[in-house]
Design a protein around this ligand. Structure first.
Ligand code: G1P
Length: 286
């Protein structure tokens, strides 16, 4: 079945970025010149997703405004002949994006569950805004192709260091099937000593609609939150779930240090400022 919808949970409080996120939703923090959430929406659309559903928390209406048309600003830029700026505004105007509301921060699993009626009884993708994927890496496209071949849920995964696994959902792997690895079990943020592998879930998922029933059966887990990972564990007991390991081209913008690395990487390869930024960086590091 073709995957039409993607759910992008954006309701997090962004506590690691305070005070920048005091009045600005975390998803609107720019990576050089484009808000992270826009990069994620563009990734979904580029992979062929037609219906993007962003899950908003309280105080995040700026995200809705970001994707809405702004005719006054467009007219002003046009009149002043600022055509590059006009193109940037038009690129950010994606009125087809729909919004769901998560009234309380009850966890990632809960954020996905509030989009159920909008997704309907069909497989769908989930993209987490804290993980940015290099646009030249066709990760979501590959995951959708794996889903089309198997009909099963597919999780993006990456091998990480032994200590790092404590920051991720960790996969208990089974047999390989081509590029895919069967997921037999999954545990959220394990103690490294108990981790079943070094295979971490990265924030891209293609899920069958049975996940919604699994979410209803999921009690609060790590951090007292309804974890998507725990629901995927229940799903894996009922039907096949696969992981698609990939390497490289992922930036974690969920914490300030890694967000700064993503800034540098995007600035370094930016069409306009890239050459001057690289020259400055070389000078700085001499
Ligand atoms: C979330 C998920 C976790 C996953 C990670 C990927 O954790 O709960 O399973 O491995 O995203 O970035 P968070 O980073 O929101 O704590």
């Amino acid at each position: 079945m073709t995957v039409r919808s993607a759910v992008i949970p954006a309701a997090g409080l962004g506590t690691r970025f305070l005070p920048a996120t005091k009045a600005t939703p975390k998803g609107l923090l720019p990576v050089v010149d484009v808000p992270a959430i826009q990069l994620v929406v563009e990734e979904a659309l580029a992979a062929g997703i037609e219906d993007v559903i962003v899950v908003l928390g309280p105080g995040q209406d700026g995200i809705r405004e970001h994707f809405a048309p702004n005719p006054t600003l467009e007219a002003e830029l046009e009149e002043r002949g600022k055509l590059d700026a006009l193109a940037a505004v038009r690129r950010a105007t994606i009125p087809s994006v729909r919004f769901a509301r998560q009234a309380e921060a009850l966890g990632l699993g809960h954020a996905v569950s509030v989009a159920e009626s909008m997704v309907g009884d069909a497989p769908f993708a989930v993209l987490l805004g804290d993980d940015l994927i290099d646009p030249s890496v066709p990760l979501l496209r590959d995951m959708l192709a794996s889903h089309a071949r198997t009909g099963a849920s597919v999780l993006a995964a990456m091998h990480v260091g032994a200590r790092e696994i404590a920051m991720y959902g960790c996969i208990g792997p089974g047999e390989a099937d081509g590029d895919l690895v069967r997921v037999l079990s999954i545990v959220e943020k394990p103690d490294p000593a108990d981790a079943p592998s070094d295979l971490a879930v990265i924030g891209r998922y293609v899920l069958t609609p049975a996940i919604f029933d699994a979410l209803r059966r999921t009690s609060p887990g790590a951090g007292g939150e309804i974890q998507l990972t725990d629901a995927i564990g229940l799903l894996a007991a009922d039907e096949r779930v696969f992981a698609l390991p990939f390497a490289g081209g992922r930036f974690d913008v969920g914490n300030p240090l890694d967000a700064m690395k993503a800034q540098v990487e995007r600035a370094r390869t930016h069409d306009e400022i890239g050459p001057a930024f690289r020259a400055w960086l070389n000078e700085l590091l001499r």
